[in-house]
Design a protein around this ligand. Structure first.
Ligand SMILES: *Cc1c(COP(=O)(O)O)cnc(C)c1O
Length: 391
């Protein structure tokens, strides 16, 4: 008998041969700035836990208390029987935090994009999307029958051209990442909002890497002074907020419409109490403890300058995502290995995630790293960079 799943082994082996399969290191404890991997303590330089909130006592205590008071699971989807006071309170807090009228909390950011985007435009409508938008946006876009207009990365001239040429019928939606996670650059949201106003389009920004980071932590809308102009501010709790979950903030009718229409929300169990309570605590901490965002940016400036002084090209980033350019995928992989040998955990980003000659180590800075940690990491980048032939 032939095995009908044999093709999976073949396809997997193709990945292995091309060194494109994932074999991630295993964290043997929490995602802390000094974490345990492979039985040793390492400096963590590639988590999305920008503010180290996943280890904040208030988040941990909130999660434990919520398990005691509300149990381990929510029991259902939100619209049927899984709508707890904890969810409702979190959505109020998100709206307050984003200074918007209302918000909806999804199980993940992916679920927000895949569930909401297909409900905003359909047949006869027009989508305008940056070529480098995140995969979850791409999947959301694939679920719509709207006409797709993909513009070159951050190319406002092309965006305007496409807006001008699109037929004057149906709805229009411009979607962009706020911070682009490979290069750490940002979308010119002020210009995008201006174009949207001129050409009658809705705006949707995915601020997964901007919330907790830009605009004193409130995100890219505040950073560009257009927080009240963005129609749909989407985000995630899985990065700087240190937990997990997605969000969309905007008008009262957006939140109500999204609640009633998003299939990933309607047809999938709601987040468990511990998660929801920890997310609410994350927003409280951001409001009351500004030092985390301040430390993040201090560390970012210090580390970026340090890498540049060693001779690294750090690309076009203006955020705590700091690429150390290596050239070929082989060189990036070699440098990552050299870093790991020196107890620095920083993974390479290689083709096909970036162009063949733009492989890099992507450092994501963390507010919880001390100055000694950064100096130690820079030392590893110096020695490792020489050993790997990158410097
Ligand atoms: C990480 C990320 C997501 C997915 O968010 P999750 O909450 O982890 O599912 C969506 N969009 C962008 C731009 C991201 O970086």
């Amino acid at each position: 008998m032939s095995d009908p799943t044999a093709w999976m082994r073949d396809e997997y082996e193709v990945l292995v041969k091309a060194s494109l399969d994932w074999r991630p290191p295993v964290l043997e404890g929490p995602s802390t700035p000094r974490c345990r991997v492979g039985g040793r303590e390492r400096l963590m330089l590639c988590s999305n836990n920008y503010l180290n909130l996943s280890n904040h006592p208030r988040l941990k205590e909130a999660a434990i208390a919520a398990v005691r008071s509300h149990g381990a699971g929510s029991g259902s989807v939100r619209p049927i029987a899984g709508n707890m006071d904890l969810h409702v309170r979190l959505e109020q807090r998100i709206a307050e935090f984003k200074r918007r009228d209302a918000a909806i909390y999804y199980q993940t950011g992916f679920a927000a994009n895949a569930g909401l985007i297909p409900q905003l435009v359909g047949k006869g409508d027009h989508l305008f999307t940056d070529e480098l938008n995140h995969g979850s946006i791409i999947d959301g876009v694939r679920l719509t029958k709207a006409a797709r207009n993909i513009y070159a990365h951050n190319d406002m001239g092309e965006l305007e051209d496409l807006l001008r040429k699109a037929p004057d019928t149906g709805r229009r939606l411009i979607i962009t990442d706020g911070v682009f996670s490979m290069d750490g650059d940002t979308a010119p949201l002020d210009e995008i909002c201006a174009l949207a106003g001129e050409y009658g389009a809705m705006t949707y920004v995915d601020d997964a890497h901007g919330e907790g980071v830009l605009g004193e932590g409130r995100g890219i809308g505040v950073h560009y002074g257009v927080e009240d102009k963005v129609d749909i501010e989407m985000g995630t709790f899985s990065k700087a907020f240190g937990v997990v979950g997605g969000l969309a903030a905007g008008s009262e009718h957006l939140a109500k419409y999204a609640f009633n229409k998003s299939r990933t929300f309607l047809l999938s169990g709601s987040a468990p109490p511990a998660t929801v309570a920890a997310c609410t605590a994350a927003l409280d901490v951001l409001d009351e403890e500004p030092q985390h965002v301040v430390n993040l940016w201090k560390n970012t400036a210090y580390f970026r300058r340090g890498l540049q002084q060693l001779g690294y090209d750090t690309g076009v980033s203006t955020t705590p995502i700091i690429p150390a350019m290596c050239g070929s995928s082989k060189q990036a992989q070699a440098l990552s290995g050299e870093l790991m040998q020196r107890d620095v955990f920083a993974l390479p980003i290689v083709f096909p995630m970036v162009a063949r000659d733009k492989a890099r180590i992507r450092v994501i800075m963390n507010a919880g790293l001390a100055r000694e940690d950064l100096d130690e990491a820079l030392g590893a980048f110096e020695m490792g960079g020489k050993a790997a032939g990158v410097l």
